[in-house]
Write a protein that binds this ligand. Structure first.
Ligand SMILES: *Cc1c(COP(=O)(O)O)cnc(C)c1O
Length: 353
């Protein structure tokens, strides 16, 4: 039934308890480490009713079957953990700094053989796929907002029997559905848009492949990278309004892109045409860019993204951020405030240099 509903509706209806007289509308927060013997779960590291509710809701949006993890990085680590030692992996040379750091470490230690590619150069990405075990695609990339030709890349990988995992954190299932394009795994930092209130860290993996699901589930069970029941409940509560928040943030972002593009102190605006993240470059030094970030009063000067509140930061303030990210690049996560209030804050902050 839920498959025929629109995502806006599914975000509201999925992951609820069975309807019965006096049954609760919302799933309970099941705080227990163990269960009476004889059931399918048995122990709190193997399963939890509150996780299931969130997982069902993410599945309703992304398709497949979903596993929730303690963070986005925990979900990503589970994917790489099931690859054999030295497995060749194709990955973008620019993307979320945590993933870049993890992959570089794996490559240097010999845990994986990572082939770093320019993800927008489709022919060279396809070239690098020869003999690979997995293609890891983040699109749009964090923070440069490069967009991969997802359908072409997934099609090429599947033709050669190569696994494909897509980090869909920035686009969200409202923009693209990698599983429907043939990807094996779709990953989310649930910390970001899906939960949307900057109050939990969580990740997810969804897949249509039963055997793969079981391997990833075992990876979670035996590495122990499980989410907390309370966090799962908060994430699901946040997910109810995800389509509403995303629509508003995206509308704000589109307006801000046109205003930023006309601002004399902005040298470049990166925006893929959808979504709620804008990366723009200040016409000035790294220090001046830092001053801009520190001068806002409405927009929080903080890392992370995808919350109901606007946030921004100069990405290169982090030593692990890729050197290919310009020093003057500010990543702005556009929230749901009134667009004129956000704009006035940006304008005043830019006037401080
Ligand atoms: C934040 C982020 C991650 C990591 O997720 P955490 O929940 O912080 O562990 C992975 N990929 C992208 C694109 C992100 O923005």
């Amino acid at each position: 039934m839920s498959m025929s509903q629109h995502p806006e509706t599914q975000a509201i209806t999925a992951g609820r308890p069975q309807v019965a007289p006096d049954a609760a509308l919302n799933p309970p927060i099941v705080l227990t480490s163990t269960f009476h013997a004889g059931g399918p779960i048995g122990y709190g590291r193997y399963g939890n009713e509150t996780w299931n509710a969130l997982e069902d809701a993410i599945s309703a949006l992304e398709g497949g079957q979903t596993l929730a993890f303690s963070s986005g990085m925990a979900a990503i680590s589970a994917v790489f953990s099931i690859l054999p030692i030295g497995a060749p992996v194709v990955a973008s040379n620019q993307g979320y700094s945590g993933v870049m750091t993890l992959l570089k470490t794996f490559h240097e230690s010999g845990r994986l053989e990572v082939r770093f590619v320019d993800i927008v150069d489709t022919p060279s990405v396809i070239d690098a796929m020869k003999g690979a075990a997995l293609v890891w695609i983040e699109s749009p990339t964090n923070p440069c907002l490069d967009v991969a030709e997802l359908e072409t890349l997934i099609g090429a990988a599947k033709k050669s029997g190569i696994g494909v995992a897509v980090d869909n954190t920035f686009a969200t299932p409202l923009i693209q559905n990698p599983l429907a394009m043939g990807a094996d795994i779709v990953m989310h930092s649930v910390t970001k848009f899906l939960s949307g209130h900057s109050d939990v860290l969580m990740g997810s993996l969804s897949t249509n492949d039963q055997a793969l699901f079981k391997r990833l589930q075992d990876a979670r069970s035996f590495s122990g990278s499980i989410p907390g029941p309370f966090e799962s409940w908060l994430a699901l509560r946040g997910l109810r309004t995800f389509p509403l928040r995303f629509a508003k943030s995206q509308e704000n972002a589109k307006e801000l892109v046109s205003r930023l593009s006309a601002h004399p102190k902005v040298s470049r605006v990166r925006y893929p045409g959808f979504g709620a993240i804008i990366s723009f470059e200040v016409a000035g030094t790294a220090e001046e860019t830092q001053t801009v970030c520190e001068s806002s009063t409405l927009i929080s000067h903080a890392t992370s993204l995808g919350g109901i509140e606007s946030l921004w930061e100069r990405r290169r303030r982090w030593p692990i951020e890729s050197a290919s990210v310009p020093e003057q690049l500010i990543r702005l996560s556009v929230g749901c405030e009134h667009v004129d209030d956000i704009w006035n804050d940006i304008n005043a902050a830019l006037a401080s240099i």
